[in-house]
Ligand binder design. Sequence first.
Ligand code: OSB
Ligand code: MG
Length: 368
Amino acid sequence: MFIDEVELREIQMEYISPFETSLGREYYKRAIIVKIEAQGSEGFGECVAEESPWYSYETIETAWHVLSQFMIPIILKKDVESPGAFLSTLSRIRGHNMAHAAIEEAFIDAYAETRKTPLSKLLGGVRNRIESGVSIGIQESVEKLLKNIENYMDQGYRRIKIKIKPQWDLEVVEKVREAYPEISLMVDANGAYTIKDSKNLQELDKYNLLMIEQPLDYDDLVDHAELQSKMKTPICLDESIPNLSSAQTALKLGSCRIINIKVGRVGGLQKAKRIHDYCQEKGVPVWCGGMLETGIGRAINVAIASLPNYKLPNDISASNRYYSEDLVEPPFQLNRDGSITVPQKLGIGVEVVKDRLEKVTKKKRVFT
Ligand code: OSB
Ligand code: MG
């Protein structure tokens, strides 16, 4: 597939409500949208690098730099046969997984279109609907949190994830469990604890949680293994798994029993699939994490979450949980059974609405 043109846009969109984790509070989404034009097909990708290097070392600016100075010059005006060839063409560029993922997504979306295939099918997806959970940020009060949970449960979400940090943990989980003894509940600490907090974290075993996500530091596989050996609740790793090698190390050490795969964090769809396949072979379930994506990134997430070993509810909620107006049509909606339907049209399977994209664009550069 001959790559004729690549376009980068930086966009900004306000969230319906601010999102707070142990890492900080966010009011709006800033992202890079990548568009590739190849032989009459158009493909989109979304870079999930954030404004600040809290969740990951990458930022909007580092991703823009690496995309425009290194990645785009390597692939522009080249004939790249397949997703596999695309991956190896860019493999000289180390790290910068979120930048890698965004441009690979755009290529694969265009490629799927030329192959007349929905992205889900191209990746080996087997589901028509994916299970949808919701991730709720740290709130001003437990009362507000309970109201939020009630609202999302009423809408049909099947699993609630609450963000925790020191001073917003045990008591909060206890009150949520008191109010909702039966719901499928999990917590995500975004690395806010250390192994010295083991005793406290073990208290969480009382609350029948589906899992505890990333309790310890982002590269701390050894301490996670020690903590997992002391806890009944499965540990799920997010930040600690940037690639297949770390997934292998984590499973060998016993650092977790579940893996959250984010396409951006692991460097793209093909790498996500490799981690998925490895976990499947080892009998370890995975699910798809989210970065509050626009409809473009959400479409990518829905497609990969249709693979067979995505066995737990995903952080893929409906468009209206994040934005008053999404960038795609149709927007993603929650079915009554708490699932989201996997689009069956070609490529990402939803239409990017050009004038909405234009409206939220802060910066744009076209490479021809
Ligand atoms: O840790 O999963 C996380 C958002 C930004 C950064 C990190 C995380 C998150 C989420 C959002 O939990 C989940 C979603 O997109 O709905
Ligand atoms: Mg997480």
